[in-house]
Design a protein around this ligand. Structure first.
Ligand SMILES: Cc1cc2nc3c(=O)[nH]c(=O)nc-3n(C[C@H](O)[C@H](O)[C@H](O)COP(=O)(O)OP(=O)(O)OC[C@H]3O[C@@H](n4cnc5c(N)ncnc54)[C@H](O)[C@@H]3O)c2cc1C
Length: 449
């Protein structure tokens, strides 16, 4: 296997990762004097801020994802390859990927971050992350499968464990998914599962610090807590999760919660790759960069977005928040700086323009710290919808999301409630064989199973 991309007289920029930062950069380099090779382990870009809505059956995965090849089908200088970065040979200006090696003139690392389990193997094994579209589909399947299984078990203990949901992390993702699951409990469960007592379902949101949404204003924290409590979510502040064993979440205070739906959204870390030297790596494994996003100690490697740590911006001495806007703004400036390099012009240093942040908890319930204002309620909710709708790629996706939101606004319905798993024929055969052995039970009609 190889990249199969002819080297031309144009300088080559290889971008690893087509998320918020990498995609902005690639789009801004369309029709430039660079040959651009965009490498991503998926063949689509994903809109992470709405991933929780896929996990809770509100949106289809395809509504928040967009294929790279479609984005660049008219761009002659942009090549896409689906591959995974394995390592960097900086001295050879070359990278190793899952499909082979490729040389670069400039390398841009924009591979984002991954869920951080803080080295707890039990938690990593049992918890469900919600970072990528495929993970959110796994979470949706688990939630719905657990509802299904709770209707067929006669054990109260198992029913409790199947219906209880524990969400760890009180940042925007935790708050948003808690609100969406509470809406499922109130509006979907009673209709779809009339033989199930919805009151048996308890939703716990566990947060280590003393307030929700710690990166937002006090007002946003208090209001989101009030919204969630009103929706029946048990918010546990100042509480750590220590472990997970025997279907139980073990809290720092010794208390346990019986739950098979254990959602982990409490932090990220940056993956490491061979060829990146230890002195180039900062806290959280983030790659240390200068004011131009250039990797420290390198001439032609840049890092942008979640995986980069820039400490030169006076307003953000500990680095920029790992959010979409810093990634997009760094991608846009790097495109300008790469074009400037071609013309031997000076580079511009990065300063982050903070556009604010927002989170939605449910219908008409949102909080927004934006333009110096601290908004809550329906106004914040409308604003949240407008901002997100504007940012989704593709007109069809925007329309599809708008239609699903409008439908669920009036009906409280969540349309995407299928348990869908992708299988190759071989996996299918193996699964059937396994089920035949373990679950199908005795075919004697006089026996119960
Ligand atoms: C559930 C969730 C909700 C969020 N909500 C918000 C929000 O509301 N507002 C906000 O501002 N931010 C939000 N964020 C944070 C925001 O999504 C990230 O800060 C942002 O995506 C970072 O952009 P990036 O370009 O650095 O990385 P990403 O957007 O994560 O992109 C990284 C890309 O690299 C690819 N990749 C990873 N590893 C490899 C590899 N080894 N080889 C090849 N390709 C690779 C990935 O497939 C991906 O396409 C949210 C994040 C999550 C997980």
């Amino acid at each position: 296997m190889s990249f199969n991309i002819e080297k031309t007289d144009k300088k080559r920029v290889v971008i690893i990762g087509g998320g918020f930062g990498g995609l902005r950069l690639a789009l801004d380099l369309v029709d430039s004097d660079y040959q651009v090779v965009l490498v991503d382990k998926n063949n689509y870009n994903q809109f992470q801020p709405l991933i929780y809505q896929v996990a809770t059956s509100g949106l289809y995965p395809s509504s928040i994802s967009f294929p790279f090849r479609k984005l660049f089908d008219k761009s002659k200088n942009i090549y896409f390859r689906m591959a995974e970065l394995r390592g960097v040979y900086a001295d050879k200006n070359m990278i190793q990927t899952s499909i082979g090696k490729i040389e670069y003139d400039y390398l841009v690392l924009a591979f984002g971050s991954r869920t951080n389990y803080f080295n707890n193997a039990n938690i990593e094994h049992a918890a469900m992350p919600m970072k990528f579209v495929d993970e959110s589909m796994g979470l949706r399947n688990a939630l719905l499968s657990n509802f299904e299984r709770s209707t067929t078990t006669s054990s109260q203990d198992e029913k409790e464990s199947l219906l209880n949901v524990v969400i760890v992390g009180g940042g925007p993702s935790g708050v948003e998914v808690a609100g969406a699951i509470a809406e499922m409990k109130h509006y979907v469960l009673p209709k779809d599962y009339p033989d199930l007592d919805a009151n048996m379902m308890n939703i716990f949101l566990v947060q280590a610090s003393d307030r929700l949404l710690p990166a937002m204003s006090e007002k946003a924290s208090k209001k989101s807590l009030k919204y969630l409590e009103k929706m029946g979510v048990n918010v546990m502040l100042n509480t750590h999760v220590n472990d997970y064993k025997d279907n139980k979440v073990i809290l720092g205070n010794g208390q346990t919660i019986n739950s098979k739906t254990f959602i982990w959204v409490c932090g990220v870390k940056v993956p490491t790759f061979s060829g990146i030297r230890p002195e180039q790596i900062g806290p959280g494994n983030r790659l240390l960069v200068d004011q131009y996003n250039k990797l420290l100690g390198s001439d032609n490697i840049f890092a942008i977005g979640d995986c980069a740590l820039m400490q030169s911006d006076a307003n953000f001495p500990k680095g920029h928040p790992q959010m979409a806007q810093p990634s997009i703004q760094q991608g846009a400036l790097l495109a300008k700086n790469l074009k400037a390099l071609l013309k031997d012009k000076p580079l511009k240093a990065f300063t982050y323009k903070d556009l604010g942040s927002m989170a939605t908890i449910g219908k008409n319930k949102a909080v927004a710290d934006i333009f110096g204002l601290k908004l809550t309620g329906p106004i914040a909710w409308m604003l949240w919808m407008l901002v997100h709708l504007r940012s989704i790629l593709g007109v069809k996706n925007k329309l599809s999301v708008l239609m699903d939101w409008t439908w669920s606004y009036f009906t409280y319905d969540k349309s995407n409630r299928m348990i869908l798993t992708a299988f190759t024929p071989q996996i299918m055969r193996e699964r059937e064989e396994l089920e035949r052995k373990s679950h199908w039970g005795d075919l004697d009609p006089n026996k119960n199973r």
